[in-house]
Design a protein around this ligand. Structure first.
Ligand code: SAM
Length: 297
């Protein structure tokens, strides 16, 4: 076993973007060298590089987002610029909307859960103007921004926005024909709340409706975190956008953890259910959960 050189060069690229991880890397190296010098503590390792390797390939632990709701005004502004300005996000959101619409719901009520500044909600409406679109988010600033964008785009009154916690959705059972959610779940503080939200999504969606959920898979260890961050580091400009990205990938669940949560919430039962890993920039960074409308073949 030895340290992988590819990972080392990723550290070099990465260090310019995420200095604290480079510090961590140096710290681990120093620590492993000192341990190796007095190797009586770790007789299983022959040299320092093996200890570093063992540390960097240790399964990662989830690190929560700094705040559940994206309430900070600067963060909301930066998030809007990221989602609406970066080609990477525009392409990914377009494909999210296309896939959701292709599930076969051609009219009726659509809900975007954890809608943020409303980009996906307004794209859904533009895709099919007979949709009655709703969006809900815990952050008042996000909803304010969504209303502002609506006004600018001449969509005022076309999309209904609510401020609220998605673990207690203010809608009656089976109110929606299609429920979507993008990048909300990893903001939730624990598994219990994630299951609650997944159950709420089912409660408010018609039994012959459709559900479309996408979220982030946490890199499996520090080495993978560095690899993803080096690749995606080229997508995001320096500053808050890079920070938002790094926070989000560490707050995700592993694919297996998502699968278990989705199963516990009861979503895996029934027909038309699909759960898959999604690759972006050749990395398995996302989970996609789909429950198709039962009206559609
Ligand atoms: C990363 S953003 C995703 C926004 C949007 N779905 C998108 O794809 O751009 C996560 C959003 O979830 C919201 N959020 C977090 N916890 C929430 C909760 N319990 N109820 C409602 N919204 C929540 C945050 O305020 C934030 O706007």
């Amino acid at each position: 076993m030895s340290i992988d050189f590819k990972a080392r060069s990723d550290y070099a690229v990465f260090s310019t973007h995420y200095p604290y991880l480079l510090d961590n890397y140096r710290r681990v190296n120093d620590y492993s060298r000192s341990i190796a010098r007095s190797n009586s503590f770790h007789p299983q390792f022959e040299d320092a590089s093996q200890i570093t390797y063992a540390y960097n390939t240790k399964p990662s632990e989830r690190i929560l987002e700094p705040e559940e709701a994206m309430a900070d005004h600067d963060e909301v502004m930066e998030y809007e610029q990221m989602v609406q300005g970066l080609a990477h996000h525009i392409v990914i959101n377009k494909s999210f909307v296309k896939e959701a619409v292709n599930l076969g719901v051609t009219e009726g009520k659509i809900l975007d859960i954890g809608c943020g500044e409303g980009t996906i909600a307004s794209m859904l409406f533009k895709e099919n103007e007979s949709y009655e679109v709703y969006g809900i988010d815990l952050s008042e600033n996000m909803i304010e921004k969504a209303e502002e964008i609506n006004k600018k785009e001449g969509l005022r009154g076309k999309i209904n926005y609510d401020v609220g916690d998605v673990s207690r959705l203010p809608y009656s059972d089976g109110y929606f024909d299609l429920a979507v959610s993008n990048h909300l779940l990893h903001h939730l503080p624990d598994r219990a709340k994630m299951v609650e939200v997944l159950k709420e999504i089912q409660r408010v969606t018609k039994s012959d409706g459709a559900i479309f959920v996408k979220d982030i898979c946490r890199p499996e260890n520090e080495e993978k975190l560095v690899e993803y961050a080096a690749k995606f580091g080229t997508v995001y400009p320096e500053g808050l956008q890079k920070e938002i990205y790094l926070n989000s990938i560490q707050a995700g669940m592993s694919f297996e953890e998502w699968k278990e949560l989705i199963s516990v919430s009861g979503l895996l039962s029934g027909i038309g259910v699909e759960l898959k890993e999604v690759y972006h920039l050749d990395c398995p960074t996302h989970l996609l959960f789909v429950k198709r409308s039962l009206n559609v073949e």
